[in-house]
Design a protein around this ligand. Structure first.
Ligand code: PEP
Length: 251
């Protein structure tokens, strides 16, 4: 049985004072929930704060990106080892905003995935198609090549210590959610593709759905056979919403 995972992605939001309020409310909200894992991925400057707020709770924390390099003259970059110094468990790689706004192509995403794993972090690998790609009927081809970039490096086995998040780009931050059936179809495709390479890895792989998940639609999405939780952007900034999504993910 795969346990569900609810991962918050704060993006470039937050501030020391407001984070205290949000983290305290999330800690209180998820206390006592069973059969669901939760994590928040926060901007780099707030990792220390997240570590100190969450270290004695069931909530893990992580970062939103990581350098593909281990150290050296890479001004502005943050290495996987640095994230480990702050107790991170997870790091998001290949988020569509990084791909579209910062030019991170599949090769870079694969390098970041490998760097994260080499250091002992669990990468949350984001894949997903744009609206134009969906309309052109190439959703599976797009998702497939995004997965192939990573699998080509480490084989399907590298997904044994990773999480995949299917995030249709047209649903991120738009209020438009993929229907449960649309999401399930892509999740099943992803699991099937991995299963063709390694059935055990595919069976255990947590595949999250991301794209305007909120308390009102989480139950329906999480009831689908291959949806193992959510990557939550906007709603992760609202403690009541985020907590309600975690409640919906309980087994
Ligand atoms: C995201 O940024 O990964 C995301 C899914 O955002 P939102 O929930 O706001 O659509």
């Amino acid at each position: 049985m795969r346990e569900k995972l609810v991962a918050g992605n704060w993006k470039m939001n937050g501030g020391l004072a407001e984070n205290v309020v949000l983290l305290d409310a999330v800690i209180a909200g998820v206390a006592g929930l069973r059969g669901v894992q939760s994590t928040v991925c926060v901007p780099f400057p707030y990792l220390y704060q997240a570590q100190h707020a969450l270290r004695n709770t069931s909530i893990a924390w992580g970062a939103e990106s990581v350098s593909q390099y281990t150290h050296g003259a890479y001004t502005g970059e943050v290495s996987a080892a640095m994230l480990l110094d702050f107790g991170c468990r997870y790091v998001i790689v290949g988020h569509s905003e990084r791909r579209a706004l910062f030019g991170e192509e599949d090769g870079v995403v694969a390098d970041k995935f490998s760097a994260a794993q080499a250091a002992g972090l669990i990468p949350i690998l984001c894949v997903g198609e744009t609206l134009a790609e969906r309309d052109a009927g190439i959703t599976e081809a797009v998702v497939s090549s995004q997965l192939d970039a990573v699998v080509a490096r480490g084989g399907a086995e590298c997904l044994a210590t990773a999480v995949v998040a299917y995030e249709p780009v047209w649903a991120i931050g738009t209020g438009k959610t993929a229907t449960p059936a649309q999401a399930q179809a892509v999740h099943a495709f992803i699991r099937g593709k991995i299963a063709a390479m390694n059935a055990a890895v595919a069976n255990d792989l947590q595949i999250l759905y991301g794209g305007s998940v909120k308390a009102a639609n989480a139950n329906e999405l999480f009831s689908m056979a291959d949806i193992d939780g959510g990557l939550i952007g906007g709603a992760s900034l609202d403690a009541a919403e985020f907590t309600a999504i975690c409640v919906a993910a309980q087994s």
